[in-house]
Ligand binder design. Structure first.
Ligand code: 6GU
Length: 263
């Protein structure tokens, strides 16, 4: 069972997150366990202060080391086989491959920074890895933690509806998902593609692969760059080439004025 422990000064943010959908079901089915530790509980004094002004000046506040150290050490004691990850825009950018690797751990301790960051001595001594969810700035690591937990949870066997839903996902084979349709057969004048109603499973699988390829080609060419092509995929690409050539050919040979064909 995957054990998620989130360290945050806003544990309330996670209550609705644990209580819905796939995450809720994964907890109920003992596929994951999920808890938060309030960093503020480890802060000293009447005001339980968790941040302080940076040495050397500058704007913003820094998370104090003592409360973070207390919270991280408790989490590591509770879950000794976990890896401790800080969510920060300075981390390496999260992707499906990282999600797959993280899904193999016994537990993830997720440290949510706030303010301008955390004291460097915590980062150096108590953090194993740093992850960002993309090149933009959030006010804290909490939403990033939820993104990571969501992406990792659905990779744990038994958490999704279908037997192998996760294996067919966009990105798991570097292809985007093909278009999807459900009933009704005609909606606002638009029909479901005929092939999907044909019952011809071979044709349907061919159509799905072609649609995945064309979507990836149009929306995310970068995904195709470092990816090997199967025999069948090469055949599909060749067919497009022929179709495109035919169009170009008809414009250049049969148009009376070649320039008018460009309009
Ligand atoms: Cl992990 N934290 C914050 N504060 N901002 C982010 C982020 C994380 N990932 C992208 N932006």
């Amino acid at each position: 069972m995957m054990n998620f422990i989130v360290l945050t000064i806003f544990p309330e943010m996670f209550k609705p997150f644990w209580a819905q959908g796939i995450i809720k079901r994964a907890i109920e089915r003992n596929k994951i366990s999920a808890s938060t530790i309030n960093i503020r509980d480890f802060a000293e004094g009447r005001h339980k202060v968790t941040d302080d002004r940076p040495y050397g000046g500058g704007c913003g506040m820094v998370m104090k080391p003592e409360p973070l150290a207390g919270a991280i050490r408790l989490a590591q004691k509770k879950s000794p086989n976990s890896i401790t990850i800080q969510l920060t825009p300075q981390g390496r950018v999260f992707n499906q491959k990282t999600a797959q690797k993280l899904a193999l751990y016994d537990g993830l301790i997720l440290v949510c920074g706030r303010y301008e960051g955390i004291d460097e001595r915590i980062r150096l001594n108590l953090i194993d890895d740093e992850i960002s969810i993309g090149d933009y700035v959030l006010t804290g690591g909490e939403l990033a933690s939820m993104v990571l937990i969501d992406a990792v949870t659905r990779l744990i066997p038994g958490t999704l509806g279908g037997v192998d839903s996760a294996e067919k996902d966009s990105f798991s084979d570097d292809l985007l998902e093909h278009a999807q349709y459900t009933r009704p057969r005609t909606f606002e004048g638009e029909d479901v593609p005929e092939v999907l109603l044909s019952g011809n499973h071979k044709k349907i699988e061919e159509w799905k692969l072609e649609m995945s390829l064309i979507r990836t080609f149009l929306k995310r060419k970068d995904l195709l760059k470092n990816r090997p092509l199967s025999e069948q995929e090469i055949e599909i690409l060749k067919k497009w080439c022929l179709d495109i050539e035919k169009i170009i050919h008809s414009k250049t040979l049969h148009s009376t004025d070649a320039l008018s064909g460009c309009q």
